[in-house]
Design a protein. Sequence first.
Length: 295
Amino acid sequence: MEKYLDPTNDVAFKRVFSDAEILKDFLNGILQLEEGYKITDVTYIKNEEVPDLGQGKRSIFDIKVTDQMGKKYIVEMQNRVSQKFLHRVQFYAAHAYVTQAKVGDKLEDTTELMPIVVVSVLKGKIFPDDVPCISHHINMETTTQTCYLPALKYTFVELGKFHKLDTKLKNVADFWLYFLSASQGDKNPPVSIKDNQVLRAYNLIASFNWTPEQRDAYVRAQMLLETEKEHVTDSYNNGKIEGRIEGEQIGKLKEKQEIARKMLSMNLDIHVVSNATGLSIAEINEVMSIIKKQT
């Protein structure tokens, strides 16, 4: 049995990042916030305050944060990729932004809406290899490369791109990336990790610190994830099969239509053409109209 459980598992992820001090340290590292702009306070938004969009819970955590400048913004944390993920993540961010406005608010009231930052931790990859492991996405004016529309920002953490050895870790972001991607195989935290919050996170995923009930929830979450992966794979494979069948059917139909065209050009009776090709009289008439247009 591994000493450390998988921190990207839904249950383990929530156990680790439900700790406000750990979460602040993680966000400051992953968002690469410099001194003067670091997050100093986090407030977890209750589940019942988060709208259900019909797809189940949209994120692992929704958090209101305050930085050293006194600026407030909302962070949504996600740790799985669904079908059409990049489309959904933009929809979720926009929805989180506009739902801050209360019914009856005037347009000028919307200037008080807090910006939204979506932080997505992905176990694999989603962007091409030339995009870094931690990538930040904002709206920028194309000529000056200046952001004038700061309401929506996205940070993606692609763990499948992180390959540093434990002896090469240099900063807090590295420590967290290693923890999320490689801690399951560790006997003890690497000596290169000096950050106290990362070390506390290791302690939270140590299997001996979990009760049988908590372990059971962890296993159920893992099984659910595997089921979702199988469903996505099956849908993809079924789509390929259906597409191939549809393509074959279209090919056969075109072949029959070409035979019908040749037979009609020989002035054969329409019923004879129908019997020979298997096309209906209506389909034969369509072929005839195409021939007339071409002539």
